[in-house]
Write a protein that binds this ligand. Structure first.
Ligand code: ADP
Length: 517
């Protein structure tokens, strides 16, 4: 079986060997096991179901939420001589019917559909008549409420599979599965947890870095100019910022393109193609850009603003360095962006997910404040244990020495407790720095022994110190209309003198440019 799989890999895709995890995933499916395959973006998941589709007789059904990608996927399969097609809302009813008809005659090895199709009884009745040996579910985290992109129609997949006369093998594929999401995927799709193939999430050629307390426009300009010959992506949170950064870089003479959902389909396509063909070197974009972009020589990925969660960040940053050469992933942090993301989450339609989204945002903020290895932080977030520090990231290579800040930490923790653990970090910072704010006085916080004990520091510095203590799990955050902070169990140990706190020496901090670009 393995021999046959290797021959197909060579004959159709022109690759001489499988990548980590691919062989294992393919064998598991060919042995008839329902399988979950978790690999980072660019890890090569498609081949894990495309090769079994060639080996098994019948038509493999591929469920994918990315309508824009289906056509590209199908086109590349057709190019290498594999019969495939897709059915989604971009087709007329007549076209869709024609394709279904061809499928009934066994023409395709792979049939891609959007999950919404499964909402149609008529469609499900029709595909019941197909010989479907395998259902491959791409972006399988969409099945979980815990994922970052829940799609209710994914819940129809198992119902549909149950209706088929011959039970198909089920293969779920995703790049972003935290342990909770993984459990959900396995439970919803009847995949035994032991049938999972997980390849390391570590990207050994990427070095991560968080830049805080610097003028980010100046940083961006000088970085892009310094790397003028290299391809890179700059992600920004809003269309307006994308336009502004684009114009600014263009004025600087940088070969730059832009991409966001406010542009026409044609313009977007044009910009994308120019970037793929190396006609422009830098792409400034919102997160709308990059899904399925397979450009290998991206040397850096800069996030001009904070992304909404680690899942999005790792996926976007991970577009750098697909060719395996050293590449940089830099996040420019400004605390104001946290407010922007909070606001966006607050505005979202699905009220039931707000507190979960806020927790995810908090992890993103923690990432920006940790002083430990950034790659390790990411791996732990995705549930991977047993790893060592990367030695490459901004924190691993930070030569500043650590200083003991246990006393200051105790002051902050004690102040939180004295304030009743029901205020946010800004209020705590105000009390510690001795603010004369009316509210602070009204609450009588100026009478607390911790009032003004850090008065030689600015409220902003203390606020950042609190963020650091949050990232160290010494302080917890209770999400709500206003996030409040409390002393976490390990914070209590610090208060009791059982645990010390170290922080990298803070050298002079330049003012962050918070103005809109
Ligand atoms: P994913 O879906 O995991 O993000 P893809 O399936 O799109 O990744 O694969 C990413 C890239 O890796 C594609 O260009 C693909 O052709 C290439 N690739 C996949 N498997 C192999 C392999 N065994 N050897 C070399 N390249 C591969």
């Amino acid at each position: 079986m393995l021999q046959q799989a290797r021959e197909l890999l060579r004959a159709h895709f022109g690759y001489s060997s499988f990548r980590k995890g691919q062989e294992e995933a393919i064998l598991s499916v060919l042995e008839g096991k329902n399988t979950v395959c978790i690999m980072p973006t660019g890890g090569g998941k498609s081949i894990c179901y495309q090769i079994p589709a060639l080996v098994l007789s019948g038509t493999t059904l591929v469920i994918s939420p990315l309508i824009s990608l289906m056509k590209d996927q199908v086109d590349s399969l057709l190019q290498v001589g594999i019969e495939a097609t897709f059915i989604n809302s971009s087709l007329s009813i007549q076209e869709a019917n024609e394709r279904l008809n061809e499928a009934m005659h066994g023409r395709y090895k792979l049939l891609y559909i959007a999950p919404e199709r499964l909402e149609s009884q008529e469609f499900v009745e029709t595909i019941k008549q197909l010989n479907i040996p395998l259902i491959a579910i791409d972006e399988a985290h969409c099945i979980s409420q815990w994922g970052h992109d829940f799609r209710p129609s994914y819940l129809q997949i198992q119902k549909m599979a149950d209706k088929l006369s011959r039970p198909p093998i089920v293969m779920a594929l995703t790049a972003t599965a935290t342990p909770k999401v993984r459990e959900d995927i396995c439970r919803s799709l009847h995949i035994p947890e032991e049938n999972k193939v997980i390849t390391g999430f570590e990207r050994e050629n990427l070095s991560f870095q968080v830049i805080k307390g610097q003028d980010r426009d100046a940083f961006l300009r000088s970085f892009v100019k310094k790397n003028e010959q290299e391809g890179g992506i700059v992600y920004a949170a809003t269309r307006k910022t994308v336009d502004q950064l684009f114009e600014r870089l263009q004025k600087e003479g940088v070969s730059v393109g832009r991409y966001h959902a406010g542009m026409s389909d044609n313009d977007r396509k044009h910009e994308q193609e120019k970037f793929l063909r190396d006609e422009t070197t830098v792409m400034v974009a919102t997160s709308a850009f990059g899904m399925g972009i397979d450009k290998s020589n991206i040397r850096y990925c800069i996030h001009y603003q904070l992304p909404k969660n680690m899942e999005s960040y790792y996926q976007e940053a991970g577009r750098a360095g697909r060719d395996g050469l050293p590449s940089e992933c830099i996040l420019l942090y400004s605390s104001q962006d946290v407010q922007v993301q909070r606001y966006l989450i607050d505005q979202s339609a699905d009220r039931s997910r707000i507190s979960q989204e806020l927790d995810k945002l908090q992890s993103m903020v923690d990432y920006c404040h940790t002083e430990s290895c950034l790659q390790s932080f990411i791996l732990e977030y995705f549930g991977e244990t047993n790893h060592t520090s990367c030695g490459r990231c901004g924190n691993c290579t930070d030569a500043r020495s650590s200083v003991d800040v246990t006393k200051e930490a105790q002051m902050v923790l004690s102040c939180i407790i004295r304030m009743g653990q029901r205020f946010g970090k800004t209020a705590v910072a105000k009390v510690l720095t001795g603010s004369k704010d009316r509210k602070i006085i009204e609450f009588g916080f100026d009478q607390l022994p911790t009032y003004a004990i850090l008065k030689e520091k600015s409220a902003k510095e203390v606020s950042e110190f609190i963020e650091f203590l949050i990232s160290q799990d010494l302080i917890g955050v209770e999400q709500g209309a206003y996030p409040t902070i409390f002393v976490a169990p390990s914070g209590k140990e610090v208060l009791l003198g059982k645990k010390l706190v170290f922080r990298k020496e803070i050298i002079e901090v330049k003012e962050v440019s918070n103005r809109d670009p």
